[in-house]
Design a protein around this ligand. Sequence first.
Ligand code: NAD
Length: 351
Amino acid sequence: MTTNIIAATTPDLKKDDLIVIAGAGGFIAGALTRYFHDQGFTRIRAIDKKPLPMWYQRVPGVESLCMDLSEKENAIKAVEGATEVYNLAADMGGMGFIERFRIECLRSILINTHLLEAAYRAGAQRYFFSSSACAYNTLLQQDPNVRPLKESDAYPAMAERGYGWEKLMSEMFCQEYWAERHMKTAIARFHNVYGPLGTWFGGREKAPAAICRKVIEAKDTGSHEIEIWGDGTQTRSFMYIDDCVFGIDQIMHCDDLIATPINLGSNELIAINDLVTIAEEIGGVKLQRHYKLDAPRGVAGRNSDNTFIQSVLNWEPSTPFRSGLAKTYAWIEEQYFARKAGEQVVDDTHI
Ligand code: NAD
């Protein structure tokens, strides 16, 4: 396979082409908006259904709109004039959310369905869809010492109920828009993304943020105890946010990857118990662990096989977990004490 990476900074995409980013009030799309802005793109339209004061990042000079993209008319307005569209809008959260709110997760299919059709009709040149490792067959993830998942492991399909099936179906939409209508689509299967400026409390947060918050809380209150969901042996890989946004850019602009789902994740496998140990070391404490065995814990193990991304892009996410977690911990600590002091922090709880 010939590699054909066009970085977003090449003349292929002009600095004043309109880039539309859906879900931009959230964690990853907020960071992506910042990334394109910092690369000198002057026309970025950022959209989220959350009211603007609740966005994690409001990037200066970026057109920021509050719209529900599961409504067809809004999707049409959102992509007017767009050269590229990035769909990272979804109703989602950590295991506690996706195991409990399957209808909300499934309904995200409306966002992609309307946005993709609208982007096609508007003549957008490229369309990006944020899929997930939850699209993989769950039967392959029953052992903490899991074999890393390669792209072909999504079929035969037995995805995570609700959230994973929505991702699989939306991937298929993207593939067929290329096959039937020649619209260039890109599909990345993210594996657990973490970092500053994302959800850290309220029920939608993922394990790294939740564990950091619990360690900070235990230290602050002096309780010196921590509750862990499951028995702590479950394993995952975690990708730092900077790797994620760089990977999105590379995947979107690689013609060898059109309509081809690809893993975007770290392959550093971490057990939840080790995550707790690392967070304790960062916080300088040792806590008494309590295991909540009936809490949502997801599959037993999941890791990313990066053979394909390495072969096509000659790159893979590589931020060491410990250093990424230290930055995340520092940001959550700051937020925690700001909230305690009565300052307003972004709260996803009631969305
Ligand atoms: P997030 O919850 O922080 O951001 C998603 C944003 O989409 C939210 O701000 C939400 O308000 C917005 N949204 C939801 N419904 C909408 C609608 N109808 N119209 C407009 N906006 C809407 O989540 P994130 O972690 O930034 O995830 C971004 C994308 O990446 C999602 O598609 C998610 O499924 C995918 N993903 C994330 C992870 C991860 O670990 N964070 C892993 C795999 C896949």
